[in-house]
Design a binder for this molecule. Structure first.
Ligand SMILES: [Zn+2]
Length: 348
């Protein structure tokens, strides 16, 4: 049995009219990492007013302003190219998805994968599921090519930042794929903790998580094929969702059906973020450098919403606790947004 530890705290204060009132805070501990999430739903309505919604007019203005000189819309004329020894064609292309080297490289192969070079949009619902799938397929192809190029290039991370509050500098929707020779510390930490759990209990943590969350159903959202979606018990990020692939540990191992299932899930989640007027988001695939680790670690996508797009937005998800310590606070409980997302899944 996994331990879903919860400590309740109560705080009292006096409001401006002299009235005593109480707030209840749940301190939740992640069963694998020990990361703590503080959940105080008392402020959820106030938070909405304070943190605000995306400013649609500003977004539309930026969309048209950035389109003309967008390097990704004109990737074949303006984009960088891979060296011939790595990619003789210069770019990896699958229909309208195009991969090129990132001008600001952080590792041996740092690629930008333009989801659809013909679709310059700032609105998540307008990103096609089929294009998401094509970009994941391209990422897998680049990973395979990198390994042929240099067998030490086993460590990788595939992610997406969407819009400026989501960490992106170019608004045109794109993934980034980083491939290098040393581990990504956060991915390594989760894999190592999963390994320790396996050694101590003889069980796969992710299988246990699936069994327990599915049975409880409060945070379990849906499953399609071998990919299941849930809201983590103790989220480290705002409205965080995990998509976990049963029985496989690496992007190198996924098949067409897995790719479709991930792409469909991403589309539903980002469309939910748009529904609640919070367009920016960030995600990353946690993928094992060694596909043989499937006994104790499963490939997973972690996605969260970021501050709403508006002028002078507050970067409320990077205050000191999440930024330096890894512990976040929430005004919406994971059970609540999981419920909203389940409805989205049931609609289609
Ligand atoms: Zn563009």
């Amino acid at each position: 049995m996994l331990e879903f530890k919860k400590v309740m705290e109560r705080t009292f204060m006096v409001d401006s009219e002299g009235k005593l009132f109480e707030q209840i805070i749940e301190q939740r501990v992640d069963p694998l990492t020990g990361n703590v999430a503080s959940i105080n739903t008392f402020l959820s309505e106030k938070a909405k007013a304070f943190l605000g919604n995306s400013d649609i007019e500003v977004m539309k203005e930026l969309e048209s302003k950035t389109k003309e000189n967008c390097p990704f819309c004109h990737v074949f004329e303006k984009g960088t190219k891979y060296v011939k020894s790595f990619c003789p064609e210069g770019h990896f292309v699958l229909e309208n998805s195009v991969a090129m080297p990132n001008l600001f490289s952080k590792c041996t192969f740092d690629s930008v994968l333009i989801i659809n070079y013909k679709n310059h949009t700032l609105f998540p619902k307008k990103i096609d599921t089929h294009d998401f799938a094509n970009s994941i397929t391209l990422a897998k192809e680049i990973l395979e090519r990198a390994l042929q190029y240099d067998k030490e290039l086993v460590h990788h991370i595939l992610g997406m930042n969407f819009l400026n509050p989501g960490g992106s500098s170019v608004p045109h929707p794109h993934f980034q794929l980083h491939i290098r020779k040393i581990p990504y510390s956060g991915v390594d930490r989760i894999i190592e903790l999963s390994k320790i759990y396996f050694k101590n209990s003889g069980e796969n943590f992710w299988q246990c998580l699936y069994n327990e969350e599915k049975k409880k159903s409060e945070r379990f959202i849906a499953e399609e094929g071998d990919v299941f979606w849930l809201a983590p018990f103790s989220p480290s990020h705002q409205r965080e969702i995990w998509g976990i692939l049963k029985g496989k540990s690496s992007l190198l191992d996924i098949n067409k059906e897995d790719i479709q299932n991930f792409a469909r899930g991403i589309s539903k989640i980002v469309s939910y973020y748009e529904d609640i007027n919070n367009h920016p988001f960030t995600f990353a695939f946690f993928s094992s450098p060694d596909p043989e680790r499937r006994d104790y670690f499963w490939l997973q996508l972690r996605i969260c919403s970021r501050p709403a797009f508006k002028n002078l937005y507050s970067n409320y998800d990077t205050w000191f606790a999440p930024k330096f310590v890894g512990d976040e606070a929430h005004t919406t409980a994971p059970e609540e947004y999981a419920k909203q997302l389940r409805e989205k899944w049931n609609l289609l």
